[in-house]
Write a protein that binds this ligand. Structure first.
Ligand SMILES: Cc1cc2nc3c(=O)[nH]c(=O)nc-3n(C[C@H](O)[C@H](O)[C@H](O)COP(=O)(O)OP(=O)(O)OC[C@H]3O[C@@H](n4cnc5c(N)ncnc54)[C@H](O)[C@@H]3O)c2cc1C
Length: 280
């Protein structure tokens, strides 16, 4: 038996968040699956899906602040996001089905901390911060440090995610996203790669790369980025980048794909992004 509480305001959440057996519920698309399978058995569900302070999208100076309980569908439909962070929409359009996107939230996707969490890719590329609140106050952590391992974040007891704060990039980036999965409609990625690239003729002026499902958490590929920045994109450079990508990841074997196959895929995706960047 579990109790259920609809949270309207943050102080109500802070009052109950450390209750034994308490668990935050938002869209429920991950949590309910885990409860049904018996993986977790919370005694108190704190439903934050209607908590005013955790919802909505707001522009503040050169940043966008997105509340944790904002749904994926709401983010996809937002005009400010379309203008400032187009890759966030491109990626979120591939998350689950329409029904899932209508319930799934940005905060839930991050805290669930799957190595395949799609929202992490654009958030890593745009260098977002996670706004954390809790019984001891507020803090802010780069998304790159927030995600630790499968199901594990830097959240401590008594803390929750209030939202994310994303700087709108000032450079004109081309953006790319590729996700390889087994089923077309509802792809949980076998491997995914996102990129923000600015080119000067055929030379890479700036590049950011982020990969999903090829490590215990979604990752920025910083060594690879550095190795190809300022370089003319040639066949040889693409081959070099591919090898570096294959060697820099640490995927696992699971029911969906082998580790070797995931390495091969990420190498191919890096090559594809570089070719796409040159051809505009
Ligand atoms: C059929 C199906 C397809 C899917 N496809 C994809 C996909 O393609 N890509 C993908 O990335 N994911 C996919 N998912 C996973 C899931 O939909 C997403 O991870 C979703 O964003 C989770 O959000 P939610 O609001 O439903 O989280 P919930 O299930 O409500 O919560 C998830 C976890 O986060 C915690 N939590 C939620 N919000 C907060 C908060 N603000 N602060 C602290 N803790 C919090 C909860 O306690 C729970 O542990 C899929 C799921 C299903 C069932």
């Amino acid at each position: 038996m579990h109790h259920y509480m609809k949270i309207k305001r943050v102080p109500e959440l802070l009052e109950r968040i450390t209750d034994p057996g308490a668990r935050i519920l938002c869209g429920g698309t991950d949590l309910v699956v885990k409860m049904r399978s018996g993986a977790i058995d919370p005694t108190l569900l704190l439903d934050i899906s209607d908590t005013e302070a955790l919802r909505g999208i707001e522009g503040k100076e050169d940043r966008l602040i997105i509340g944790a309980a904002t749904t994926v569908s709401e983010i996809i439909a937002d005009r400010l996001v379309a203008e400032k962070l187009p890759l966030l929409q491109t990626v979120l359009r591939t998350l689950g089905s329409t029904q899932i996107r209508n319930r799934a939230t940005l905060g839930g996707n991050l805290v669930n901390a799957s190595p395949a969490a799609d929202s992490a890719i654009p958030l890593l590329l745009y260098q977002a911060d996670v706004n954390i609140s809790g019984i001891h106050g507020d803090r802010r952590v780069p998304v790159e440090d927030f995600l630790v391992a499968p199901g594990k974040t830097t959240l401590t007891s008594g803390e929750f995610v209030r939202g994310v704060s994303i700087p709108a990039p000032n450079a004109a980036f081309g953006s790319f996203f590729h996700k390889v999965g087994r089923r077309k409609a509802m792809i949980i990625a076998i491997a995914s790669l996102g990129a923000l690239v600015s080119m000067k003729d055929d030379v890479i002026n700036e590049i950011r790369l982020a990969a999903g499902s090829v490590a215990p958490r979604p990752i920025r590929m910083r060594e690879l980025e550095q190795a190809i920045t300022g370089k003319l994109v040639t066949k040889a450079l693409i081959e070099h980048a591919k090898t570096m990508a294959i060697n820099s990841v640490s995927p696992i074997d699971d029911v969906r794909a082998s580790a070797d196959y995931r390495r091969e895929v990420i190498g191919e995706l890096v090559a594809r992004v570089m070719r796409d960047a040159v051809s505009g």
